[in-house]
Design a binder for this molecule. Sequence first.
Ligand code: SAH
Ligand code: SF4
Length: 413
Amino acid sequence: MTVSLDIAKPDAGSIPLEKTALETYVAPAKPSLIGLSRAQLAEALGAVGVKPAQQKMRAQQLWHWMYVRGVTRFDQMTSVSKELQATLDQHYTLARPEVVAEQVSVDGTRKWLLRLPSGLQGERAHEVECVYIPESDRGTLCVSSQVGCTLNCSFCHTGTQRLVRNLTPGEIVGQVMVARDRLGDFIGMERAQGPGLPTAGERCVSNIVMMGMGEPLYNFEGVRDALLIVSDGDGLSISKRRITLSTSGVVPNIQRAGDEIGVMLAISLHAVRDDLRDELVPLNRKYPIKELLEACRNYPGASNSKRITFEYVMLKGVNDSLADAKKLVQLLKGIPAKINLIPFNPWPGSKYECSDWEQIEKFSEIVFNAGYASPVRTPRGRDILAACGQLKSETEKLSARERMALRAMAMTD
Ligand code: SAH
Ligand code: SF4
């Protein structure tokens, strides 16, 4: 009898392409109105007796109170009759995701740990993080699209998380609401003061990056509906040019994102050869580099003034050779592109190291000489990232550390 021992080699083939999302979200009995489209809001009003002829006007009123003024209670909506305020209060809330911890870094970076309902009895609560990165003239909010991620990029700790669920539009918009609440960033509120907060510009939260947990293009409808609310000019009013959606390369949804959402696009490229990208970003086995770049060439609205950002995580001895840099600029020829080099943020158990600073400089020089600005994104909020493991209980330490890795991208140009 022969016994064959199947020892798994850590090659690209052994990394599963994706896991299945568990849709365990159950809406609360008294749902929040945050995250409904105008039409859904009108419907919700109809459901509590507002007459059809009045629904559109009332929805517009509520929209203003919710997204321009940021009220958290119906009795603050002074242009709405007391009677309707009471009816609304009986059936709905204006709840945002629950903030279970807030940390403020010495450089002004703020991080909120949010607890979301899981829907299943006995299942632990779902948690995501949302990070605010202020600069002198703007403030960027890094928003999550999923709890965990169905994909398994080998350098990303979110990929190792087992639990995955799509966030609802309300939970995505809710992250922006939480940030505005905490920063006093709604009209009529007193703006938060503190080191690092923007002193120029109208708003504390002026930019959004969909670069937190999750693959936004695998929660297409949720992200689309949320971003349409966030960019609505009569509400939160963050221009689509100031919103960037980062994807690992879900090719069929790239065109859709351009057509139906119309925000700025960032691609997590990270490798210039398919064999290496298959390993780093296993989704590449489904949508290889050539197809991905073709989708970028056809991205609706891409132009010199609306460039696509290519993210490239610097992994020592893996993807950081000067030949890689040359191939990178060759590959991107003809695409209106920006290149972001990201220092790898290691996590316990990760098999990569960050490239040496010298190598990053040489790499970025090649990129720069080819005509691309290649800002290396400086990690921000290091002090609170280091403390991030303390946000959650002992048993959950790993996933807390995982979020620390995630915050590698809590960086801006
Ligand atoms: N899923 C999307 C968006 C979230 S990840 C995507 O992959 O694009 C946002 C960015 O952070 C991606 O470019 C991702 O590759 C990068 N990233 C993930 N883990 C990292 C780490 N440990 N160090 C540096 N960058 C990381
Ligand atoms: Fe998911 Fe993005 Fe992490 Fe890949 S890099 S596992 S797509 S969150």
